[in-house]
Design a protein around this ligand. Structure first.
Ligand code: GFB
Length: 308
């Protein structure tokens, strides 16, 4: 494998923590505490100090449906600033290849299924993701514009809903899996009922953070195309079935209450993983059952100091 210095932004986050576990050689892990990526001068200074030849750009302002609906402006502004600064600082540092990340929630709300990379800009995203989705779509635009003007080899991956240890387990701002694990932990501890947002009918495709970490490194070294690539296990599960799996893992016997006053968000967003499969037909995805076990174990062990 060619030796090069690789920089990972967002290195303390969900996928960043999983990448640390890969033991990459000559890697520099940037965390929120190292530099404010919304400040261009500080970002440029840090990149010129490190001079990475490769970058895995994971830093972002992210959250679940609650965070996205309540902080649309903050999600838009922070992600636009972070992404604009990182891609420019990487260019000035002479970076040879950079991968950044959108997610399947950025696709148009009204479009043909399964979601395909070529339909990315064919209409507005679901209103619940407006700020985040439009900011993230600009990663594709900026990567193309930089390739056209300066020949920057910038690529963008589009994972589905990622979960795993080191996620944000906030009951309000977190994604569905960490939020439900946290809420189930409390329901079990307090002998209370288990509250679930929405009807439970929506469907989601979940992928384990370790799998996305492996795919990020694979794409950096092997994905030759200029256009975005979806990372998807293509396995949909309903929120209701997810709730059943989590309740079983906690051996929860109490009442499960679906709160239809809370938003369902997009009903489903099944994605087309054929581009990835054409390169990695034998990629082994972590099954949801195993991923939930590992995430729950991590959360329970780290409850006192996890983000929530
Ligand atoms: O992960 P999530 O919040 O976001 O999942 P999206 C939302 C779905 O889970 C909705 C249900 O159908 C919710 O009704 N749900 C049930 C809950 N209980 C809860 C709960 O306690 N917390 C949360 N959060 N949901 C995300 C985007 O959309 O997709 C992200 O918000 C990201 O930015 C991700 O792009 C891929 O799946 O709706």
């Amino acid at each position: 494998m060619k030796k090069y210095k690789i920089l990972i932004t967002g290195a303390d986050g969900l996928v960043g923590s999983a990448i640390r576990g890969l033991g990459l050689e000559d890697a520099v892990y940037l965390t929120r505490g190292d530099v404010d990526l919304t400040d261009f001068d500080r970002t440029k200074e840090k990149f010129l100090e490190i001079m990475p030849s490769r970058v895995i750009h994971l830093a972002a302002k992210v959250g679940g449906i609650g965070g996205n609906i309540n902080h649309s402006g903050d999600y838009f502004r922070n992600n636009i600033l972070i992404n604009t600064n990182v891609l420019e600082a990487a260019r000035l540092a002479g970076c040879e290849k950079l991968i950044s990340f959108m997610s399947t929630c950025v696709f148009p709300d009204k479009c043909t299924y399964p979601l395909n990379e070529k339909n990315l800009h064919d209409g507005p995203p679901h209103f619940s993701n407006l700020g985040y989705a439009y900011a993230k779509r600009m990663l594709d635009v900026q990567s193309t514009a930089y390739r056209n003007e300066w020949g920057c080899n910038y690529i963008v991956a589009i994972p589905t809903n990622i979960y795993g240890p080191h996620d944000n387990f906030s009951l309000i701002e977190g994604h569905v899996i960490p939020a439900l694990i946290h809420r189930m932990y409390l329901a079990k501890k307090n002998g209370a009922h288990f509250n679930v947002w929405g009807t439970g009918d929506p469907l989601r495709e979940f992928v384990f953070a370790d799998d996305i970490a492996r795919l990020a490194v694979w794409a950096l070294d092997n994905y030759p195309e200029e256009t975005p690539i979806i990372f998807s296990s293509q396995k949909e599960v309903s929120i209701k079935d997810l709730v059943g799996m989590i309740a079983e893992k906690f051996n929860f016997k109490g009442d499960v209450v679906f709160d239809s006053n809370k938003p369902d968000g997009q009903f489903r967003k099944p994605s087309d993983g054929s581009k990835l499969n054409s390169y990695l037909s034998d990629f082994k995805w972590t099954l949801l059952d195993e991923g939930l076990d590992r995430t729950i174990d991590w959360f329970v062990k780290n409850y006192e100091n996890s983000k929530h």
